[in-house]
Design a protein around this ligand. Sequence first.
Ligand SMILES: CC(C)(COP(=O)(O)OP(=O)(O)OC[C@H]1O[C@@H](n2cnc3c(N)ncnc32)[C@H](O)[C@@H]1OP(=O)(O)O)[C@@H](O)C(=O)NCCC(=O)NCCS
Length: 442
Amino acid sequence: MQSDPGQEPSPYVNGFRSSIPYINAHRGKTFVVAFPGEAVDAPRFPQLIQDVVLLHSLGIRVVLVHGARPQIDQRLQESQLPIQIEYHRRVTDLNSLHAVTEAIGRTAIQVQSQLVQSMAAAHLNPANSVVSTGNYVVAKPYGVHNGIDYQHSGEVRKLRHDAIHQQLNNGHLVLLSPLGYSPTGESFNLLWEEVAEAAATSLKADKIIYFNGNEGILDTNGNLIRELTVPEANTLIAAQDLPHYTLISARDAVVKGINRAHVISYHHDGALLQELFTLDGTGTLITQQTYEKVRLAGVDDVASLLELIEPLEQQGVLVRRSRELLENEIEHFTLIERDDKIIACAALYPFPNEHCGELACVVVHPEYRQGNRGDTLLKAIEQRALMLGLNSLFVLTTRTAHWFMERGFCSAAISELPQHRQSLYNYQRNSKVFVKRLTAER
Ligand SMILES: CC(C)(COP(=O)(O)OP(=O)(O)OC[C@H]1O[C@@H](n2cnc3c(N)ncnc32)[C@H](O)[C@@H]1OP(=O)(O)O)[C@@H](O)C(=O)NCCC(=O)NCCS
């Protein structure tokens, strides 16, 4: 059967194409992916592991961390041993230690076997089909807290990060369990969240991804929160009756320098791929509070804006704008403010009928260059444009062509500009035109 040459590509083709920037951005990066024991028993667990193997196949350095709490509870019940959890942490006495290590060991084997199956199904080459486990986590006793002796429950003392890096360099996937050993050879039951956080910080991971039973982090009314900064996470934790331990761990990982922590659901088939390879994601993203604020401009900003852009107008880099014009157009501007000072700006002039917008007046104060602020502004403008239903941006520039080209803009003809903008084109200035189709990274 011959296909219709005018036929639209399938959603699969579109989806695959639009994931390319994310695939390239993530390749070679280190991601810690962590899930609780509940995920291992969830119906979607095989798909979760399949997606982890997909990340591994795409050249992402994956460190997987599993929990085993329900499996340990079950093993203790079978042995008629008491289950004691205090402040989210198990009390592990010597009698229950055997059951605890056995349950963790069994769960680790279950995870490995699922990984091996998925690796075989993915036809990975033998060198990349190795799941590395070992004594990577050095632990110490958690000790006595609030009068409770946690005995064989411990906390992470350090991670043998060099050994893990070596495994990742060899193309292996590393699996960590909630179990650590003291240098004297004693074993300690650990919190999977703490193992994950320690792994992410000591390996200087690019991301940490936590699976949990909800779609992500929920607010006090049970609604999904899409993005949280550290101060917002602190406010939410303070408002919770029962602190959400995954949120606490994610917040701590970000405070310790991990740029992005994601919380997604192990019930949601494909949540990991959607979170990492699409614009919208599915769960909650936790990031640092930026002490610099990106915000829309208002009339009070006109004087500071003039101060920022005038030197560039004098150099002929920017078209001259009078104070009156700037006052009229101020709502088109997005700013970066630092300690009440405007240090960067960019403007978006929408052309709603043509579903495009003009990006103009992109400026970073010379003292604040070399800090990716131009990229931050561009991203903010792109998001604003997407919210306005625009699907491309164009820019006219005389001297900054390559800066835009390096950020996905392509050369275009004057005739491709909206009709009204063509009529305003200044042939004497002879600016070059560049266009960018809009997609954004999560
Ligand atoms: C373009 C601009 C906003 C980027 O600010 P920034 O995010 O702080 O980035 P930097 O100035 O540190 O430059 C980042 C990179 O872009 C390059 N770059 C800067 N200006 C450039 C230009 N005019 N053409 C090509 N590349 C440029 C830098 O060399 C640097 O590359 P490198 O990292 O490989 O060395 C800033 O350089 C600026 O304000 N320039 C003057 C105003 C301007 O030209 N605006 C565009 C007209 S609308």
